[in-house]
Design a protein around this ligand. Sequence first.
Ligand code: MLT
Length: 411
Amino acid sequence: MVLVNSHYQKLQAGYLFPEIQRRIKAFAADHPDADLIRLGIGDVTEPLPPACREAMETALAAMGTAEGFHGYGPEQGYPWLREAIAHHDYQQRGCAIEADEIFISDGSKCDTSNILDILGPGNRIAVTDPVYPVYVDSNVMAGHTGPADEQGRYGGLQYLPLTADNHFSAPLPSTPVDLIYLCFPNNPTGVVATGAELQRWVDYARSHKALILFDGAYEAFIRDPELPHSIFEIDGAQECSIEFRSFSKNAGFTGTRCAFTVVPKALTGQSHGGESVSLWNLWSRRQSTKFNGVGYVVQRGAEAVYSPAGQKQVAQLVDFYMENAALICQQLRSLGLTVYGGQHAPYVWVKTPDGVSSWQFFDQLLRGAHVVSTPGSGFGFAGEGYIRLSAFNSRARVEGAMARIAQSGVQ
Ligand code: MLT
C-alpha cells in the first residue's frame, strides 16, 4: 500500500477560498436567482492593460513563424524581463538588485510555498496572525509543525498577532526564530509597513541570522511616496531577505500567471555541518530541476508592464481599484462599522458588529445582501471578529454591494 504524506492530515478543514466557494455553492443551490456580488477572494475583474495584451498578441504571432518560434526558455526567466524588473522595480528605487537575482515564476503563491524546498527542517518559524494561509499550510504539509490546537494554531509556529491594539504592526518574536514571513501591504488586514517598521525586522533578522520571506504582491497599491515598496529599500535587507512579487494584482495577471522572486546573491544559510551555503545557488538549482519557466508569450506580456504605455495603464488600473477601496471604507464607516486598511492595499478589514463572529457576519452579508466576503477567522485565530472585503470588482458591483449592505440594516 502506498504511504501518504501524513502531515496533510494535520491541515484544518479545507483551504479557505475553496471552503468559501463550497458555502456559496450551497447557498446558490437554495437561491438560484440570487445575484451574488463577490468581494471575497482577491481576484481582479478588469481587462488586461492593452499594452500587455498587444505584446502577447505580437509574441503569439511570432510563435507561429519559424524565426519567432520559442521552445523551452531559461528556467529562471528571459533576461529581457529580468532586466526590466531589476531596473524599474529595484535600481530606480535605489536597491542594488541585479537581473540575475530575479527568478521569473508563475505565481507568488507557488513560490512562497516552493521556497521551503531549499530550507531545512528544524527552522523556528514566525508568522503573523492573521496571515495569508499559504505560508502556514505549506509548512504543515512540509512537516515543519506539530498538530493544530483547539484555536487552530499549529505547534512549532510562533504567531505574531496583528490587532487593532498594536495598530496591526507585528511585535518581534518573543523567543528567537530563524524564518519570518511578512506581507506588506498586508493580506488580509490591508495595512502597510513604514520604513522604520521594516528596518526593525531587518535588524532583528540580521542579529538572529534569520531569513525574512517578504511577500510584496500588493506593493503597487501603496499611495504614500514615503513608504517603501520593497524590503530591499531597507538597509541590510539583502543579507537576510527573499522577496516575492507578482503581476497578478497590479497588471491583472491572475489568470495569465506571471510573478517573480528575488533571491540576493549575498544571502546564505547554513548546512547541517555548519557550512555557509548560498541560497541563490540552491534556488537556481531547484528551479532548473523542478520548473520549466513561464511561457514566452506571457513573459512578453509582463515585460510590457514596464513600457511607458504599460506603466500608465497599470497605474490607472491600480487607481481604479483603490477608488473602490475608498468607496468601501467610506460607505461602511457611514454605517457605523469600524474599518482598517484600504488606503495602501486593495483589502478592507472590517470589524464585525459586537457579539457577531466572522462566519456569522459572512453569513449575514451573504444571506442579507448577497455579498460575498472573507471571514477573518479563516486567516487565523486573531482574525476572529473581522471580515475582509476585496476592492477587486467593477465600480457598479462595488456600489451595488455597498447599497445592498446599507439596505440590509447591518450596523
Ligand atoms: C486572496 O484573496 O487572499 C488572494 O486571492 C490570495 C492569492 O492571491 O492567492
